[in-house]
Write a protein that binds this ligand. Structure first.
Ligand code: ZN
Length: 496
């Protein structure tokens, strides 16, 4: 390795390692840290954010990238790493360090405030923190440039995607989902969802979640599963942290939450071990990341073949709770489509409408069409319009997600994109593995992991997300596979 190449990778790896240290502290804040540690942690995260920013924006790093760009083999991995490093560097030099520090501190404090405000349904207590995060995020978007503020934020999560493109995709999706939802209202038979609200002992749920995640192929020597207010995944490769939350009277929350995070975890553990610290060796877009979690959660975890195997182990983990419930009734219950207030517990059809509501609000906030104080009212109006429901309080409304407190504005759309990617990947997986269902019914989840490792995980960021989609499935990203899946599932479950 020539000297400039070695210096480039040393620098890039240092950026990566500091970012991972940030994630470890964020995990700790949400899982273990005593509440008194809030301000101290905010200082630490702010210092680390500044340290990362300094290294990404370092002019010497920019010179090194430019020097190597002139000579790198266009087909080699170095070229991919330089492209990713260039993108991050060009963005970082436009953003002042003090803004990065201020935003990291504000987000850390806002998350702590959200954790207190949510159970108390106290939007007024959270509002000043949210206003601060929104103000700094708007400044960040302006500094990063681009025609629209929202595009500048999207670039962090789904490079190349724009607000205008998303608007088209979401309008199309809305136009298909709303009629499907209406058709279900008049369906001849409805699943009985109340059986999922029986009392499932938390210890049994924990045992079952660990069994499924282990069977998916999650390596427990390189990862953990813990509890947090909002399920998430952090870390990568040799140390991946998953969280979920257990509610005694809501089985899907923990089970599908854990499978979802397990899907994220497998992506991180499945990257190329020789390249995971390199700029292009890391996971692709967040839409791709969400495709991995949503594929496991919905396309595998809610499938008939999956429950043909796992219904028995669930009954064994929670003895007596499901006595007298036929496997078919259970399968139909976990696939019920019912407009509900909470996104993370939403079914596959209404989930995307929850995302579209958040996208509308974020877009209006950043364009200055509404302010933070308008959010609770706008939330209720949007829920009524899309799902015919209004939350009784803000805990089940505008305060339900951590994302805005964490500064993740522009992130929500990646969940819906993830659903689209996931359905398209799944169709390809079924073409490649014609015996998939019998194998799932035998509990052979490893076959799914192997396919994803080979087709998605190992490639890191070698190509932009939409290009990877074309290479894997032979077609551009489309809403068709998701709609085919949803129509078939609803026809089966509702007898339409
Ligand atoms: Zn996720």
């Amino acid at each position: 390795m020539s000297d400039p190449v070695r210096r480039f990778y040393d620098h890039a790896h240092q950026i990566f390692d500091l970012s991972q240290a940030q994630q470890a502290l964020e995990w700790d804040q949400q899982v273990l840290m005593p509440s008194g540690g809030v301000e101290q942690r905010a200082h630490q995260l702010s210092a680390l954010a500044a340290a990362v920013h300094d290294r990404v924006a370092d002019p010497a790093y920019g010179d090194l990238i430019a020097e190597l760009e002139a000579s790198a083999d266009p087909a080699g991995p170095l070229r991919d790493d330089l492209r990713e490093a260039r993108r991050a560097h060009d963005r970082a030099v436009k953003i002042p360090r003090r803004l990065v520090e201020a935003r990291a501190e504000a987000c850390s404090l806002a998350q702590a405030a959200w954790e207190e405000a949510r159970p108390a349904s106290d939007f007024a207590a959270f509002r000043p923190h949210l206003e601060r995060v929104l103000e700094l995020t708007g400044e960040l978007a302006d500094a990063a440039g681009g025609a629209h503020r929202y595009d500048a934020l999207l670039d962090d999560f789904e490079p190349g995607m724009t607000e205008a493109q998303l608007r088209l995709v979401f309008d199309d999706l809305k136009g298909r989902l709303v009629p499907l939802l209406e058709a279900l209202r008049g369906a001849p038979r409805r699943p009985d969802e109340t059986l999922l609200a029986r009392r499932f002992p938390v210890a049994g749920q924990q045992q079952f979640c660990r069994q499924v995640i282990g069977d998916m192929g999650f390596d427990w020597n390189r990862g953990r599963l813990d509890v947090s207010a909002h399920p998430f995944t952090s870390g990568t490769m040799h140390d991946v942290r998953l969280t979920t939350r257990y509610l005694e009277d809501c089985l899907p929350s923990a089970v599908f939450g854990a499978i979802h995070e397990g899907g994220h975890g497998l992506y991180e553990q499945g990257l190329d071990p020789a390249r995971y610290r390199d700029p292009a060796g890391q996971p692709g877009s967040m839409g791709l990341h969400e495709s991995q979690s949503r594929l496991w959660e919905n396309l595998i975890g809610r499938s008939r073949a999956f429950w043909a195997h796992y219904y028995g182990p669930l009954q064994a983990a929670c003895p007596g709770v499901l006595d007298g419930v036929a496997p078919d009734a259970f399968y139909r219950a976990v696939n019920a489509v019912t407009p509900s207030l909470v996104r993370v517990e939403a079914d596959e059809v209404t989930y995307n409408l929850h995302i579209i509501l958040r996208f509308d609000l974020e877009s209006d906030l950043l364009a200055g069409r509404i302010a933070a104080r308008d959010l609770p009212g706008r939330w209720r109006a949007g829920m009524k319009q899309y799902l015919g429901l209004e939350p009784a309080d803000d805990r089940l409304g505008v305060l339900q997600d951590i994302h805005w407190a964490a500064g993740l504005i522009g992130y929500f759309p990646t969940y819906a994109l993830g659903n689209l990617y996931a359905a398209q990947f799944m169709e390809q997986m079924r073409r490649d593995l014609p015996d998939l269902d019998p194998r799932l019914a035998r509990g052979e989840l490893g076959v799914v992991k192997a396919w994803l490792n080979r087709n998605i995980h190992r490639h890191g960021r070698s190509w932009p997300a939409q290009e990877l989609c074309r290479r894997v499935t032979g077609a551009a990203l489309s809403a068709e596979p998701l709609m085919r899946h949803l129509r078939a599932k609803c026809a089966e479950v509702y007898g339409l």
